[in-house]
Design a protein around this ligand. Structure first.
Ligand SMILES: [Zn+2]
Length: 107
């Protein structure tokens, strides 16, 4: 179980690092994004209250723990995450968000 959680988290981080998340629209309560996955590009919607949806298979079947695409989008915009995340001492979740913001500002 822990392995699964971590692999989704690692996938989400890799999506962020490779700059695969394109934010299409953003309000205080809802973000629409397009995420380039390994096999396809997926449409992701995330809400401030934690709800999310994604057009990948995992997104269709699970409505609780985020898929890697929804998780990556949530990490970028800082919306609440349902999934329990592993703690990476050297990086931390906030460290990742800061990295992404620096990247966005420099383009
Ligand atoms: Zn997905």
């Amino acid at each position: 179980m822990v392995k699964t959680l971590e692999s989704v988290f690692v996938k989400a981080l890799s999506i962020i690092r490779k700059n695969k998340v394109r934010i299409l629209s953003k309000t205080e309560f809802r973000v629409l994004a397009e995420v380039e996955g390994e096999h396809d590009t997926y449409s992701v919607i995330i809400y401030r209250d934690g709800r999310w949806s994604c057009t990948c298979n995992f997104g269709v079947f699970s409505k609780e723990d985020e898929c890697s695409h929804a998780l990556a989008t949530k990490l970028i915009v800082g919306f609440p995450i349902i999934r329990k995340l592993p703690i990476i001492p050297e990086l931390g979740i906030f460290g990742t968000c800061a990295l992404v913001q620096i990247k966005e500002n420099s383009t």
